[in-house]
Design a protein around this ligand. Structure first.
Ligand code: FMN
Length: 369
């Protein structure tokens, strides 16, 4: 699974893996792919430094990257407290009522909720970058639009390639015009924030829109056959996020959540604003149903919704409240039916890829060539 981009990066397989877990990122790179650590949860620079040190010690000299969530629109001088103050009391009450209905216990005194909006604020993302540029990262990806021009320039000064996610050809062109090196075309099937265009339509559209820039196909990829399809559509590689969640190296901290993921079918996700205020694909739960119910208060815009539900999500996860327990994940969850090591996932991807290529060669009358 070699393309010009994989050769440029010196990796064996053109498989890029987004993951919030350092152990998964290192294992992806060791297996011959390209691990990309999601930085959004690191609000303290020292924690990011500790985990990048860990990756450096365990990645076996292979290349890896970092993903930040820098919003395209700059919000100056707004603190978390300012955002808190904008949340209507009716929405707070709805959260309290929904948690009470399911008997979700409180966090212990002084226990911080794990997930805050601050990772999405530009000054926090810049703090993450100050740390990351001390390490030999080869790629910097941004989830919400192109990073600011000075960040792109700084990355290029350090020979770091810059990637950005796009859900439409229009977004992809904007990234190209901003000086991005790689576009990640992320289809509707994907876990996390997604647009409305399916990968089958999006990938070739984006490839044509930004040629000759390399495009990675993301969304709905979990087998070697799907990797072959993405490369046939013109992608220079694939970018996978969901598949790693049930690897043995992943640290979900919740056996109940792992069980739910392994049991879920491809129809058990929903694209909902419940988590962040922007449509993000995730497991469908009674929590997402409550927010999507037309009789409810509805969700708030980003970043209000994320702040509103942060503590509730931590409580649901900590106490593993099954009907409400969820995570961002894509439709490929239907293929995630057993816990496997990252290396086993790669073995499966390469075998499936070879089978798909053989099959297409046979169809094209090229068997034995
Ligand atoms: C649990 C989870 C968290 C994610 N968080 C981010 C993120 O912080 N930044 C980002 O660029 N993409 C994020 N994504 C999207 C992935 O980078 C990737 O584009 C997507 O998972 C690909 O589609 P797939 O889920 O079908 O593999 C997340 C995906 C998942 C499943």
């Amino acid at each position: 699974m070699q393309t010009e981009l994989s050769q440029e990066l010196g990796i064996e397989h053109a498989v890029f893996g987004f993951t919030p877990f350092p152990a998964v990122a290192a294992a992806i790179s060791r297996a011959g792919g390209f691990g990309v650590l999601g930085a959004v949860r690191y609000t303290a620079p020292d924690e990011l430094r500790r985990d990048l040190d860990w990756i450096e010690a365990h990645v076996g000299g292979r290349p890896y990257g970092l993903d930040v969530v820098m919003p395209a629109k700059k919000v100056e001088g707004v603190t978390e407290a300012d955002v808190e103050a904008m949340i209507p009391e009716g929405h707070r009450q709805f959260v309290r009522d929904t948690l009470a209905k399911h008997g979700v216990p409180e966090l212990a005194e002084g226990e911080a909720s794990g997930w805050r909006i601050t990772g999405w604020m530009e000054q926090v993302a810049r703090g993450q970058l100050d740390v990351a540029f001390d390490y030999p990262i080869r790629l910097l990806a941004n989830a919400l639009g192109s990073p600011p021009a000075d960040v792109i320039a700084r990355a290029h000064d350090q020979s770091v390639l810059v990637a950005a996610l796009a859900g439409s050809a229009r977004h992809a062109r904007k990234h190209r015009d901003a000086g991005i090196d790689i576009v990640v075309a992320q289809g509707y099937e994907a876990g996390g924030h997604t647009g409305e265009i399916a990968s089958m339509v999006l990938t070739p559209e984006v490839v044509d829109a930004v040629a000759p820039l390399p495009v990675l196909a993301a969304g709905g990829i979990g087998s070697g056959q799907q990797v072959a399809a993405a490369l046939a559509l013109g992608a220079q590689g694939v970018w996978l996020g969901s598949l790693w969640l049930t690897t043995t190296e992943a640290d979900l901290h919740s056996p109940a959540l792992t069980r739910k993921l392994l049991a879920a079918g491809s129809g058990d996700t929903v694209r909902s604003r419940a988590l962040t205020g922007k449509p993000a694909r995730q497991l469908r739960t009674e929590w997402t149903d409550a927010w999507d119910d037309p009789d409810g208060p509805g969700t708030l815009p980003m970043p209000l919704q994320g702040l509103l539900v942060a503590e509730a999500v931590s409580r649901i996860q900590k106490y593993e409240v099954d009907p409400l327990l969820g995570t961002p994940v894509g439709q490929i969850v239907g293929r995630m039916t057993s816990e496997r090591s990252v290396q086993a996932v790669f073995d499966d991807l390469t075998r499936g890829f070879e089978r798909a290529v053989d099959r297409v060669n046979r169809i094209a009358g090229r068997s034995g060539q």
